[in-house]
Design a protein around this ligand. Structure first.
Ligand code: PMP
Length: 282
């Protein structure tokens, strides 16, 4: 396959990273993952806006502007002749002798990008998934999409070893998000999700689903809620670039209501899928 390396295109085998890259040594970098349908990137502008914000928060200067980056990603998709799948890219602060503080003289950051082909809907689970509650032990800037994902990795592995598909994280009983997704509940017809602050990543899919809810006239509350509220919810679902809107029907040994996808969840997923179909047809 073809990969993006800074401003050039290489084969996967040619793509080599320096052992003193700060991304490798400190996780000092940022990333984005986008969905590609019919060769086109979905919700591109929102992803680029979030990338620019992540860069600002880490005081990282992008190697070139996001318009040029979007053009390169487009070329990457075409070079790989990919119709459906993902584009992943990351930008690290660059390679230099290992010291925690930023390099005194500016160095070039390192951008790498690749694609992964999937069928259009292989990551969707309309029948719902099983989740497990896991302690959120991450740092306090979960709003930045950084390469430092150890807290997420450990939680995800924990859930997997407990036979669950995803970890739902909580801080002292307050549900924050999933290890790879945002979490929503429905109670008495109202959609509830954690506010977009430093405790969660403001998912692009989260933003999109809130917009869909608005369009469908579903009341929304962006507020914190407890694990108890989660367990007593009428419906629960997760959102991410990969899974769109996926019902959560079981949490550890507890069924979410009757263990079937809820009505509002299904309405949102249907509306989401319609928008994707329209995007594909455009
Ligand atoms: N939270 C975390 C921790 C994530 O890793 C992701 C996936 N990138 C999300 C939420 C969902 O974000 P998005 O909708 O932009 O994929």
């Amino acid at each position: 396959s073809v990969i993006l390396y800074n401003d050039t295109f290489l084969t996967r085998e040619q793509g080599k990273v320096d052992m003193e890259d700060r991304g490798y040594q400190f996780g000092d970098g940022i990333y984005e993952a986008l969905r590609v349908y019919n060769g086109k990137m979905f919700l591109l502008d929102l992803h680029m806006k979030r990338l620019a914000r992540s860069a600002r928060e880490l005081r990282l200067t992008l190697p070139y502007d996001t318009d040029h980056l979007a053009e390169n990603l487009d070329k990457l998709i075409k070079e790989n002749k990919m119709e459906n799948g993902y584009v992943y890219f990351q930008i690290t602060r660059g390679a230099i002798e290992r010291k925690h503080r930023f390099p005194e003289k500016p160095i070039s950051c390192v951008l790498t990008g690749s694609v992964e082909e999937t069928t259009q809907d292989e990551d969707l689970h309309a029948e719902g998934i099983k989740a497990s509650l896991v302690d959120d032990i991450r740092w306090l800037r979960c709003d930045i999409k950084t390469l430092n994902l150890l807290g997420n990795v450990l939680a995800n592995q924990d859930a997997f070893e407990k036979g669950a598909d995803e970890a739902i994280l909580h801080r002292d009983g307050v549900v924050t998000e999933g290890s790879t997704c945002n979490v929503f509940i429905v109670k008495d017809g109202t959609l509830i999700t954690h506010p977009a602050n430093h405790f969660i990543l403001n998912g692009i899919t989260r933003i999109f689903v809130l917009e869909l809810a608005n369009r469908l006239g579903i009341p929304v509350e962006e507020r914190t809620y407890t694990t108890e509220e989660l367990l007593n919810a009428d419906e629960a679902f997760i959102t991410s670039t990969g899974v769109r809107v996926t019902p959560v029907v079981q949490i550890d040994d507890h069924l979410v209501r009757d263990g079937k996808p809820g009505q509002i969840t299904t309405r949102l997923l249907d509306a989401f899928n319609q928008d994707v179909d329209q995007f594909i047809a455009e």
